[in-house]
Design a protein around this ligand. Structure first.
Ligand SMILES: C[S@@+](CC[C@H](N)C(=O)[O-])C[C@H]1O[C@@H](n2cnc3c(N)ncnc32)[C@H](O)[C@@H]1O
Length: 262
């Protein structure tokens, strides 16, 4: 198996902070330095940190086609990995760029692009950094319409139906995978949704979509999430509603890991 990380197996006992189990309980967000956690819909930096430790080497290039507040890019920069983040909203990308820059170092390159990841020319973006492949793709798309990120019709959170959402997400997958090096990895972070009195298993729909792209499914990770901004201070109400009805309160999301073998 080709080497795809920097782990020294002779020291495996020392890697106590690197996850190898499929259940991830992360209680506290890493809010250090440029990680601000202000962006509604961000993920905890520990997710990219863990994934980059297992699936990338120093000097690799990482692509995040749903950059948001730049959590992946900050983590990549800290870990000596180059990265490209694509974000459809100009003001969000600008704010992220400024914050990422506060931790800039000369060891790695970090590029922020404002574009629609469904249709942007990935080869051109990579060529501007004199590369033609990336070694890891991390995707944290909108969980369909749970959080409306913008008014832009090409923003995935504005899709009118689940099929439209999957179709749009499929375009981002195809576009991103076209520049992923063979035998390297891609991760999708996504949760489910509840609508019309039933669960919409967004996570599994997205997992199936990825599998249809001839990728090998390597892991289904379940990660806890604490209070979202929308539900903070409302725990009691939600618990009452659940007890009075027939549903369970979502407390987890998924991280799916795939390997590109073709
Ligand atoms: C779930 S958030 C990602 C958050 C990010 N992981 C963070 O920690 O801040 C999804 C992001 O994708 C962006 N987005 C939605 N549709 C997009 C598209 N077609 N191309 C690029 N970005 C898109 C949204 O504006 C939003 O910032």
């Amino acid at each position: 198996m080709g080497k795809f990380n920097d782990l020294e197996l002779s020291q495996w006992r020392e890697y106590t902070d690197i996850e190898t189990d499929s259940l991830w309980i992360i209680d506290k967000r890493d809010n250090s330095g440029a990680h601000s956690g202000h962006y509604h819909g961000n993920f905890v930096p520990q997710i990219p940190h863990q994934l980059f430790s297992r699936y990338t080497k120093k000097g690799d290039w990482i692509l995040d086609p749903f950059m948001g507040s730049g959590t992946s890019l900050i983590e990549a920069q800290r870990m000596g990995r180059n990265s490209i983040g694509i974000e459809i909203q100009h003001d969000v990308a600008k704010e992220a760029y400024d914050r990422i820059y506060t931790e800039k170092n000369d060891v790695v390159r970090t590029k922020v692009v404002v574009a629609d990841s469904q249709t942007c020319d990935m080869n051109k973006i990579l060529l501007s950094e004199s590369i033609n492949k990336v070694q890891f793709v991390i995707m944290h798309p909108p969980y369909w319409d749970i959080v409306k990120f913008s008014e832009n019709p090409n923003d995935l959170s504005n899709c009118d139906s689940i099929n439209e959402f999957l179709d749009s997400f499929g375009k981002v997958i195809d576009n991103s995978l076209s520049v992923l090096e063979k035998n390297r990895y891609c991760a999708v972070v996504i949760g489910d949704k509840y609508a019309d009195k039933q669960v919409i298993p967004l996570g599994f729909y997205c997992m199936n979509l990825m599998m249809e792209k001839d990728l090998l499914l390597k892991a289904i990770l379940v990660k806890n999430f604490g209070e979202t901004k929308g539900k903070s201070n409302k725990q009691g109400i939600w618990r009452y509603r659940a007890l009075a009805s027939d549903f369970y309160i979502f407390k987890h999301e998924y991280i799916f890991i795939f390997k590109k073998v073709k």
